[in-house]
Design a protein around this ligand. Structure first.
Ligand SMILES: Cc1cc2nc3c(=O)[nH]c(=O)nc-3n(C[C@H](O)[C@H](O)[C@H](O)COP(=O)(O)OP(=O)(O)OC[C@H]3O[C@@H](n4cnc5c(N)ncnc54)[C@H](O)[C@@H]3O)c2cc1C
Length: 309
């Protein structure tokens, strides 16, 4: 039997440390408990929202007038190079577990916070590797059919920071089977360590944020693409520019509204520099989008998810 708590502050459950209260809050450790939570929301005729690690989420200052279902399903089973992992497992845990056994594939995802469920839904990636390249199947609970459904990789519609699970709110990621390759333990662990060190060197660890706020935009502005190539000495790929570089060109590094700030270290990080409210973040985000649109004709879209707006 699950415990349903009332009026729970959501800020501590997010990496932004921002947001009001959830009317109801439950943690689920199994599919049975998930069904129980969904039943509760249905009986009360309220909305539900799935919470993983809260590392890609901005919760409104008014909170959420429904049921937060925090996914805590946390089993891992390893069969040779196949790893079945439940959605509540922290991504870093599965990276460490597999690399510790010399299994290769996830090394470049080391240091991405949050859960496996959040990573699958958003096709998390870093350093040109996305989790989709290691996924064989995904099992989801379909809240409309009220049954478990299995998806092969090709059926998951994985693309840049999206998937079928993001497109459909009725699909809750339960587990995934990862297909990794046997590698050399020392070599695999070295890449994990180097990846984490590269991330640490950005100086953003410990800041209150939700990671990259915007998706990297596809840009028609040729002059801007040429400027990027000249400055960075690398070609623009697929007409896509790093959102952070574009925001920097708009002169917004360090721009602050209330407690929300465009990080001085990485312009695509909006940080909670003190006591930021969700309203501060929204005002700053609107300002950034407007400036980038006015100056370069680029429409930025959010990678971060919104709850309660
Ligand atoms: C410092 C920092 C660095 C980051 N670096 C990266 C990076 O390099 N690459 C990258 O891709 N991301 C990065 N992120 C963003 C974030 O870590 C990823 O998006 C992560 O995969 C989100 O997982 P989560 O469990 O925290 O999801 P949450 O924030 O809890 O949820 C995000 C969305 O997914 C939904 N969701 C969560 N779990 C499930 C589930 N089981 N089934 C269905 N829907 C679900 C939620 O409803 C919500 O809409 C970073 C974030 C931070 C704070």
């Amino acid at each position: 039997m699950i415990e349903i708590k009332e009026n729970i502050s959501l800020a501590p459950f997010t990496s932004f440390r921002i947001g009001g209260d959830a009317k109801f809050y439950a943690e689920v450790f199994s599919v049975e408990e998930l069904k129980e939570a969904l039943e509760f929301a249905k009986d009360k005729k309220i909305d539900f929202y799935i919470l993983g690690g809260g590392t890609n989420l901005l919760v409104s200052d008014d909170g959420f007038d429904g049921l937060i279902i925090k996914i805590k399903m946390n089993e891992i089973s390893i069969d040779g190079e196949m790893i079945e992992v439940q959605s509540g497992v922290p991504l870093i845990k599965i990276v460490n577990t597999t690399s510790g056994q010399g299994l290769s594939g996830l090394e470049k995802l080391a240091g991405i916070p949050g859960t496996v469920g959040g990573a699958v839904r958003g096709n998390a990636g870093a350093f040109s590797v996305e989790i989709k390249s290691c996924i064989k199947t995904v099992t989801a609970y379909d809240t409309e059919k009220m049954e478990l459904v299995s998806f092969e990789n090709e059926q998951c519609n994985f693309a840049y920071r999206t998937s079928i699970f993001k497109e459909n709110k009725n699909l809750i990621v339960i587990s995934t089977t990862l297909a990794l390759q046997k590698g050399d333990i020392a070599e695999v662990q070295k890449i994990v360590t180097e990846t984490i060190m590269t991330r640490s060197a950005r100086g953003l660890n410990g800041t209150k944020s939700a990671g990259s706020y915007f998706m990297n935009p596809v840009v028609e502005n040729e002059k801007l693409c040429q400027e990027f190539e000249k400055e960075k000495g690398v070609p623009v790929r697929n007409k896509t520019l790093p959102a952070g570089w574009v925001i920097e060109q708009a002169g917004l590094l360090g721009k602050q509204i209330g407690g929300a700030q465009v990080s001085e270290k990485h312009a695509n990080y909006i940080i909670n520099a003190g006591e930021a409210t969700a309203s501060d973040v929204i005002m700053l985000v609107s300002f950034v989008k407007q400036q980038v649109r006015d100056q370069f004709g680029i429409q930025l879209t959010e990678e971060v998810n919104y709850l309660g707006f």
